[in-house]
Design a protein around this ligand. Structure first.
Ligand code: CMP
Length: 226
């Protein structure tokens, strides 16, 4: 997909006609990061919002004792860094390249006139924020009500929706997460997550690959995750 197609998927741009999108694009600067590089860290002052053009970025929070919580993995068309636009306070999470990644960055100051001048842009951004709040509520409820295998199943199905590719064998999800990162994503220990994955594999629901899984029986995985 080219840059325009990817941007068009993003909540900011999908509200705009061609002319509007082209005008907004003039304020964009592209950033490239290698796998493992940090774009910004939790607590820093933030003045830009980003849309992923290519590759994947992870958003993490670090506890005082050094443990990490992986909030989200974002791919092409997805947006982040907007919280400090609406609520000018420090960054709420760190953004780190999970793979080599290309991003479109837009200054908060360049964006503000669009929010007030084009209500449809503001509405799309609010919708994206509402979706994130819903997801966060689901994640919180799962931490309380769902066991680790259920949370692993849900996380894989969520990643499959965004990164899954149909193959003859099943749905191949190249999530690019190590087992440690997958554990940080579901809020459990690596051992427990490994055990859940091994159990799913043994039942024939999925096959484990390096930084990927192939889901062969999505229905059973879904039923186990409810
Ligand atoms: P900001 O606080 O500017 O920088 C970190 C970004 O991470 C934040 O904006 C959001 O875009 C994103 N972010 C924060 N919390 C979450 C979450 N729970 N789920 C997904 N993205 C988040």
């Amino acid at each position: 997909m080219n840059t325009d197609d990817v941007l068009h998927k993003a909540p900011l741009f999908s509200a705009l006609d061609r002319e509007g999108a082209a005008a907004l694009r003039t304020g964009i600067s592209e950033v490239e990061l290698h796998k493992g590089q940090t774009l910004f860290s939790e607590g820093e002052t933030g003045d830009r919002l980003y849309v992923v053009l290519d590759g994947k970025i992870k958003l993490i929070r670090t506890a005082p004792d050094g443990r990490e919580n992986l909030l989200s993995v974002l791919g092409p068309g997805e947006m982040f860094g907007e919280l400090s636009l609406f609520d000018p306070r420090p960054r709420t999470a760190s953004a780190i390249a999970l793979t080599d990644v290309r991003l479109a960055g837009l200054g908060h100051d360049d964006l503000r006139p669009w929010l007030t001048g084009r209500p449809e842009v503001a509405l799309h951004l609010l919708r994206a924020l509402a979706q994130r709040l819903r997801r966060t509520n689901d994640v919180m409820a799962d931490l309380v009500f769902t066991d680790v295998p259920g949370r692993v199943g849900k996380a894989l199905l969520d990643l499959a929706e965004r990164f899954g590719q149909r193959t003859e064998e099943g749905l191949r999800v190249h999530h690019d997460l190590t087992q440690e990162e997958l554990a940080q994503y579901v809020g459990a220990s690596r051992e427990t997550v490994n055990k859940a994955l091994a159990d799913f594999a043994q039942r024939g629901w999925l096959r484990i690959e390096a930084k990927a899984v192939v889901i062969m029986d999505a229905d059973r995985l879904y039923a186990r995750s409810r």
